[in-house]
Design a binder for this molecule. Sequence first.
Ligand SMILES: Nc1nc2c(c(=O)[nH]1)N[C@H]1C(S)=C(S)[C@@H](COP(=O)(O)OP(=O)(O)OC[C@H]3O[C@@H](n4cnc5c(=O)[nH]c(N)nc54)[C@H](O)[C@@H]3O)O[C@H]1N2
Ligand SMILES: Nc1nc2c(c(=O)[nH]1)N[C@H]1C(S)=C(S)[C@@H](COP(=O)(O)OP(=O)(O)OC[C@H]3O[C@@H](n4cnc5c(=O)[nH]c(N)nc54)[C@H](O)[C@@H]3O)O[C@H]1N2
Ligand code: SF4
Ligand SMILES: [Mo]
Length: 706
Amino acid sequence: MSTNTHYRNCNLCEAMCGLEIKTENKKVVAIRGDKEDPFSRGHLCPKALGMKDIYEDPDRLKFPLKKTATGWEQISWEAAFDEVANKLKDIARKYGDNAIGVYQGNPSVHNLGTTLFSPNFVRSLKTKNRFSATSVDQLPHHLAAMEMFGHPALMPVPDIDRTDFWLILGGNPLVSNGSIMTAPDVGKRLRAIKERGGKVVVVDPRRTETADKSSQHIFIKPGTDVWLLLAMVNEVLEQPKLNLRHLTNLIDASQINQLKDLIKEYNLDIAAEKTGIPKATIKQLTADFIKAGAAVCYGRMGVSTQLFGSLCQWLVHCLNILTGNMDRAGGFMLPSPAFDPVRPSKGKKRQLGRWKSRVRGLPEFNGEIPSVTLADEILTAGEGQIKAMVTSCGNPVLSVPNGGKLDEAFESLEFMVCVDIYLNETTRHADIILPPATGLEVPHFDIGFNQLSIRNVVKYSDPVFEKDAGAKYDYEIFQELTRRMQVGDLPTEEASRQKILAQYSLTPAMILDGGLQKGEYGLSLAEVKAAEHGLDLGPLKPRFPERLQTEGQTINLVPEIFQEDLKRLKDAPDTNGHLLMIGRRHLRSNNSWMHNSQRLVKGGDRCTILMHPTDAAARNLTAGQKVAVNSRVGQVELPVEISAEMMEGVVSIPHGWGHGRKRIKMKVAEAHPGVSMNDLTDELLIDELTGNAAVNGVPVEVGAVA
Ligand SMILES: Nc1nc2c(c(=O)[nH]1)N[C@H]1C(S)=C(S)[C@@H](COP(=O)(O)OP(=O)(O)OC[C@H]3O[C@@H](n4cnc5c(=O)[nH]c(N)nc54)[C@H](O)[C@@H]3O)O[C@H]1N2
Ligand SMILES: Nc1nc2c(c(=O)[nH]1)N[C@H]1C(S)=C(S)[C@@H](COP(=O)(O)OP(=O)(O)OC[C@H]3O[C@@H](n4cnc5c(=O)[nH]c(N)nc54)[C@H](O)[C@@H]3O)O[C@H]1N2
Ligand code: SF4
Ligand SMILES: [Mo]
């Protein structure tokens, strides 16, 4: 029997690890880290073997399914495409275009075909009711990028290979493997900072795996980072002279004075009171940050998904800018991707709030409405009510706050189609499921993460296996659906018409080749393909001002919307006396969808509530005991784990569990169900500026199960 070796990037998380995959016939016999990958240097995590499990999973769907009175039936692709297009068109005709809702989930950006081909399909629906996982995650990052640098995709990443001081707020990269920061083997890179005499500081309500390996950990009360950051920026501004370095000419000096005035009242005293961090600690932290050779502040998920997420991301930028660390080696930098989807906006400013959601009046951003209000838009009668849903790569029932309400909402729809590889908590509500080929069966290229990686690299991965006979790639599914939606609706003008028709025969390879050749390095797809371990394109380079897309290519330090939002701090809810719930991730989970791999779920129950010993004692709780957790929206019961790694007054539950719901088909996951943290998170708790979900800092009550 002959063994074949394949090299390919793992597409499960943002780290882009190179894998070496050995196969015999149609079987995976080994998956290791590719030591010759110049970026990941042999690193991988336990989820990499999940690639094999997904490939072999008997529960994974491969052909279209239709729900009938007697259960799910396999139907042909032709019949499925026709039925989906006809139903969607009928509903749009009857109730208007906005009666179709769309939700796109996280793996969308990890799948080449979906990244490139789903946008046309979504546009063909002409609906304003578009939702995605972005608004349960990182909307504040995009808003800060748009307001300050002129484009929502211009999100700087920490140059951790060259920094002397890495301040991490609300991120746990040793477990998440990094986010809005593609950095395979963060552990090694973090260690290297300390070995070269630098410092890593983690600010987190939990002493995380990352905090454990860092130089210093500081507990913070959930949802209060905004006051910490305000006080730190204040401290920076109080220096006799700012060291802006090459940014001096990119910032209007009057904006610095304006910022000073705006935030001067938010001093160390207020910060200490709100955050629970001693004044002296904040002062020292700021002083260390200022005096470090190169420093970078990085705020991720934990500071994005809270009530003041957007202010936090704005202030993270302010801290980096005002200490001269933006766009500088060892600071916060913009990558230079070989395939660059960011087109100059030619003065056309993207906007927030061009329209509002119908029921709650939440602002649109980048053409999307916040997912916290998806259930309202389905359940509330009236003109514009969503009657049909399309989901792709998403499991909002487990991922969006108040998932229970979404569960109920999806059940009430007239029609639902899901592009997904599993029959899970969300797709069980579908009338039709369209499963694409995935994982080892598809070509891969990291369009999204090359824009976020801490070194410029590029790789193309060929499929390891052919997809099953009769299976379809995701791009083929979207192309077919788009074509059917546009039939009879093509523009009459010949040139526009031809342009649309031409899209029906495009392939991902054609788009990649064109984009790569036009890109900064002028590579062809063939050249990229020839480098099976990937190409190293060098360390990050300063990109200002050329990359800025603001008017006059300057940095906008004090965007009006953040000035305005500061007023909201005065009405911040008083959470004293409440337990506050935060989330947590685990190396062997990937949001909600990889619990069907036995090797990834084995061991003890990981879906537990973590609680500080003092809080447990106050409630007479003992380790392992089942407790009831209540919030405004729901109740769940799960075992308690008692640990001083939690801050007092804070509890933690991992998200992505809750596979005990009926009528799903994920055998292993069903045997390890856990409960859904999002049956507790509250759709009314949001970063009001963007409508981004505040899944962290949710008030809950915990007590013994009666
Ligand atoms: N409480 C709480 N809630 C959270 C979070 C939290 O930290 N705490 N995190 C939030 C974050 S950061 C995110 S990104 C969201 C994620 O939210 P979602 O994106 O809605 O959820 P996932 O669990 O990623 O679901 C992925 C879906 O894609 C399917 N899938 C996997 N591979 C493929 C493929 O190749 N093609 C297709 N078509 N489908 C595929 C899976 O079967 C699954 O249904 O959750 C958010 N929700
Ligand atoms: N193994 C694994 N890896 C993943 C995922 C996964 O599910 N599993 N999901 C992927 C996805 S979609 C994403 S977006 C990334 C997320 O990547 P990260 O942002 O690194 O994700 P988390 O591990 O959720 O880290 C959030 C941290 O914020 C802390 N936190 C909570 N509330 C607050 C607060 O108010 N203030 C501060 N300062 N900290 C707070 C939490 O304790 C936690 O340590 O991970 C990705 N990688
Ligand atoms: S760290 Fe992420 S990219 Fe690397 S092997 Fe694990 S899941 Fe895959
Ligand atoms: Mo995410």
